[in-house]
Write a protein that binds this ligand. Sequence first.
Ligand code: A3P
Length: 306
Amino acid sequence: MPKVVAWPIKTTELHTRQLNSARWNAFNFRSDDIIVATYAKSGTTWTQQIVSQLLYRGAEGINVSRLSPWVEQRILPDAAIAALDLQVGRRFVKTHLPVDALVYSPKAKYIYVGRDGRDVAWSFHNHQFNATDELFQRYNAGMPEGTPIWERGSDDPHEFYRRWFDEDSYPLWPFWHYVRSWWAIRGLPNLLVLHYSDMKADLEGSIRKVATFLDIEIDEAKWPGIVEHCSFDYMKRNASEIAPLGGALWKGGGQTFINKGTNGRWRDVLSADEIAAYDLKAAAELGPECSNWLAFGSLRDVPRVT
Ligand code: A3P
């Protein structure tokens, strides 16, 4: 007998420099929508590229950034959301919201990707330090009076990390809460959980997993192209089509956004005490199973609720 599924219910709004969660309240879900759900810098664009390659059968020149907006991005014009209603093909959008601030639809399919917080922080340091002045202007504009100005900061990722760790993910939204919220719903039937490390270790297997989850039949003749177009080197070369806004808000363009594509760059920078402090905090915030998964990936298949 099928079990009753406890669908998540939105209980809060998140309004930050980056986020306007209320955007989801009027989102017109379709029964085949795909939502790529990640904390920032966890492989969002990569996952969007995988989905687009599966949907468009390995075609090149797909403008992922235009087709697949970040729905709750505060600075995204409303017109970009309105344009989603006009899309005729299967839609795929991205969100960086924790589950409690999202409208979670039983109709859609969600792909959640995790990445170690230290890798997220290293990646975001590049994202922030190499952003154009325009990016800061756009995010600082329109904030309530008294909101601290978001600035480029130091070129030292270690310095960035210390503040990120001490101040609950500054300048982003709370990281631990985010991961906890998605981990808690990992058994839902319309959610696929991936990890950046697993995607790196087995790109082909990860793409096939996504295809199966989305009920997309792979045309094997197109397979080599699909895999190639999801590789780091290809995505870096073609970053002007794949990175958000074609990379227009980063010095050096999309190739700066698609940066190194590696984990563990913090290993030779953080002290042993800092690494231990992160591990302790992760275990306290997430519990042993989730913190272990977040650090290393390789979630065994979670039984789905049917
Ligand atoms: P780094 O900054 O560590 O290089 P997001 O899209 O969520 O903002 O994540 C960006 C991160 O994903 C960047 O990490 C980027 O290089 C990495 N990335 C993008 N495409 C990738 C790919 N094909 N393989 C591995 N990493 C990729």
